[in-house]
Design a protein. Structure first.
Length: 123
């Protein structure tokens, strides 16, 4: 009987030690978990352009909430529209070219050190 009790105590101590090592300290686990999450979740912050007829919809997830400038330029380089956003997390803009003059318009989204373009041709 003593032998069974001694073996049970040894197994219980081994189990407790193994479980403690596997879990590790909570601070280390939390940091490792966050690092893993950051590596697993890659978020694209490029603007998304959607065309529907002569309408253009633009959505941008601005995670850094930095300055973003949106310009619409015609084929001769004239600025038709310009707007600057700062501190907005989500930037949404709709452009209606239904009543615009025939031309090729370029929508520019300037963010930090990147520029994104979308061309709309009105006939």
């Amino acid at each position: 009987m003593k032998r069974i009790l001694r073996n049970a105590v040894v197994v219980a101590l081994m189990f407790a030690g193994t479980a403690g090592i596997a879990n590790g300290p909570k601070k280390a686990f939390g940091k490792k978990g966050n690092e893993v999450e950051k590596n697993l979740i890659a978020i694209e912050s490029d603007p998304v352009f959607t065309k529907k007829g002569n309408k253009l919809f633009m959505n941008l997830l601005n995670l850094n909430q930095e300055k973003v400038t949106i310009k619409v330029v015609d084929s001769e380089g004239r600025i038709v529209y310009i707007e600057t956003f700062k501190g907005d997390l989500v930037i949404e803009k709709a452009f209606n070219f239904e009543n615009a003059f025939e031309n090729k318009y370029t929508v520019l989204v300037v963010e930090a050190n990147e520029t994104f373009r979308e061309v709309v041709e009105v006939k």
